[in-house]
Design a binder for this molecule. Structure first.
Ligand SMILES: *Cc1c(COP(=O)(O)O)cnc(C)c1O
Length: 375
């Protein structure tokens, strides 16, 4: 069906396959539905950790709670500063603030839209505790400089890989590039469990502590607690969906890459649009296909958004930079230094429909509207 024949082309729709349905039925029939039991939890953790090239996986309720646990593992405490990509989902910053820490936004690169790691060294202070890069829209962060600055100043590294399952940096998958990494399995992520998340790490101490903290910090004897934990347990039903999604993850990524290449081909000749890149040594999984509207384009970002909406094509703006977030500013929990590139993505960036099953005719129609060629 082409876009003009139905109400809207959504920005994203999850694709749920037969394996997911069969796994969920098996979980229900076995009676193992919660987070404390069930073979799908351990299978999903082991398989996803292996996929990332990591020793341990700890499944939790969301990307947000994975980030919160990572901040707790990194021992972020009141007064500590964390260097965070300025352009990201608010959940990245919330994890720091919920531990009492302060967010120091790091501006992003004009090409990859990821943390500009050349800025890191000048932002380190005696209070800096960790670096939290975000692999934005599926492109990996330039980790070399992150590792160098972290080693030089003894900082913990935490990847926010919520948008980048399967992305690679010099042949290594994201998730395995830091002390502890966080993934989301929300409905629109590269793979989904409806809601859900996972920490992956090579550190046995982190994995053990994360398993304890997600389960109310139970220990022996039972019901006797020495630490305040959380209930961040993923259910076996969610893990059952996750196992099915993981069976097909490489096909999903391939479909996203094919979609991005087709968008690139169709939009490459349109003046005034900045398209996503794939820097040397990187594999971009193109979580969402973003574009930036530059002055040479014949209309503003908002005008383009309205034009697309009028043709039944849904879009989203890029993220509001952390240094602009009232929730963080009101608490004095964020640095106020300008982040001009992240700010320009907020005012000039948007992303286009990115469902891996988007048809060629819908994609061509979207590009025709953008190029001013649509009926
Ligand atoms: C989606 C997302 C999160 C939060 O994940 P949830 O599962 O929605 O809590 C965190 N960081 C980034 C970069 C995200 O895109």
């Amino acid at each position: 069906m082409i876009a003009s024949e139905r109400s809207t082309v959504p920005v994203f729709e999850p694709v749920i396959g037969d394996a997911e349905t069969a796994n969920v039925l098996a979980a229900i029939e076995s009676g193992s539905i919660s987070g404390s039991f069930g073979r799908f939890i351990t299978a999903f953790e082991e398989r996803f950790a292996r996929y990332c090239g990591c020793q341990y996986g700890v499944a939790v309720t969301s990307g947000s709670t994975a980030l919160h646990l990572a901040a707790v593992l990194a021992k972020i405490e009141p007064g500590d500063e964390v260097l965070v990509s300025a352009s990201t989902n608010i959940a990245t910053a919330n994890a720091i603030v919920q531990c009492g820490g302060k967010v120091v936004p790091v501006d992003v690169c004009r090409d990859s839209w990821c943390m500009d790691t050349n800025l890191l060294e000048d932002l380190v202070t005696p209070r800096t505790k960790a670096i939290l890069p975000v692999h934005l829209f599926g492109h990996p962060v330039d980790m070399d400089q992150v590792w160098w600055v972290a080693a030089r100043h003894g900082l913990v590294t935490i990847e926010d890989a919520a948008e980048a399952h399967g992305a690679k940096y010099h042949g290594r998958k994201v998730g395995g590039l830091s002390d502890v990494a966080c993934f989301s399995f929300y409905a629109n992520k590269v793979i989904t469990t409806g809601e859900g998340g996972m920490l992956v790490t090579d550190r046995a101490d982190y994995a053990e502590r994360a398993r304890s903290l997600r389960n109310l910090a139970f220990r022996t004897p039972r019901f006797w607690h020495t630490e305040v934990g959380y209930n961040y347990r993923m259910t076996n039903l969610q893990a059952a969906i996750g196992c099915g999604q993981l069976d097909r993850i490489e096909d999903t990524i391939q479909a996203k890459r094919t979609l991005a290449h087709r968008y690139n081909e169709r939009l490459g000749s349109v003046a005034g649009l900045r398209l996503p890149v794939e820097l040397p040594g990187c594999r971009n999984v193109y979580w969402m296909y973003g574009i930036v509207v530059e002055p040479e384009f014949r209309m503003t970002r908002d005008e383009l958004t309205h034009l697309l909406a009028a043709h039944g094509i849904e879009t989203r703006t890029m993220f509001c930079p952390l240094n602009f977030q009232p929730a963080l500013l009101d608490l004095d929990a964020v640095g106020r230094a300008p982040c001009p590139v992240a700010e320009s993505l907020w005012s000039h960036g948007l992303y286009l429909p990115s469902t891996p099953t988007l048809t060629d005719s819908d994609l061509d129609y979207i590009c025709d509207v953008i190029a001013g060629r649509a009926r």
